[in-house]
Design a protein around this ligand. Sequence first.
Ligand code: NAG
Length: 184
Amino acid sequence: MQSILLGRVLVLLWVSTAWADVLVQPDFDAKKFSGLWYVVAMASDCKVFLDKKDHLLMSTSTVAAEAGGNLSVHMAFPWGDGCNRVDAEFLKVGMEGHFRVPDMGYLDLRIANTDYSSFAVVYIYKELEGALSTMVQLYSRTQEASPQAVKAFQDFYPTVGLPDDMVAMLPKSDACSPGGAEAP
Ligand SMILES: *[C@@H]1O[C@H](CO)[C@@H](O)[C@H](O)[C@H]1NC(C)=O
C-alpha cells in the first residue's frame, strides 16, 4: 500500500517536472475558444496511436465554455462507417487554458497556442492502461488547415520531443456529419 502511494507521488512529481516548460496561450479566452473545431492532425508517442495512426480520421470537438473556466466538450470520432460520440469535461487547473480531463485519462491538457478564429495547438499528457504518453493535436475551424495552422503545429511538436514519424495528418470523413451513420 505504502509503496503504491509512494509510486503515485513519484509519478506526480516526475510528471510536474515534465510539464514545467509547456506554456499556455497567454490570456486564454474560453468564450472565444468555444464552438466547432476539426481535429486535423495529431502527433503522439502513444503505442496505441502509432499502431492505428494510418487509419485514423478527422474528428470534431465542439467546445462550450462554462462559468468558472471549465469547458464542456462534445467529441465525435469517425470509425469505419460509424461515429463514436463522447462527452468530456475539461476541468480547469489553476490558470485559464490549462486543464485535466479525467474522463479521457488526460492528466494535463494545455491550449498551447491559438488565434481562436482559425487554429489551436493542444498539448496533452495522458495515461492509457498505465502507459504515459505525450500528444499534440492541431485543431482547425475548417477541414482544410491553413498553412499558418500547420506551421504552428510543426513548430510545436518537436519542442515536446515528438519526431516527424509520429505524426498523422487526418483525412476527412463524413461518418459524423449530421445524417451520417451512427455507431450502435
Ligand atoms: C469544474 O468542474 C468540476 C467538476 O464538475 C468542479 O468541481 C469545479 O468546481 C469546476 N471548476 C470551476 C472553476 O468551476
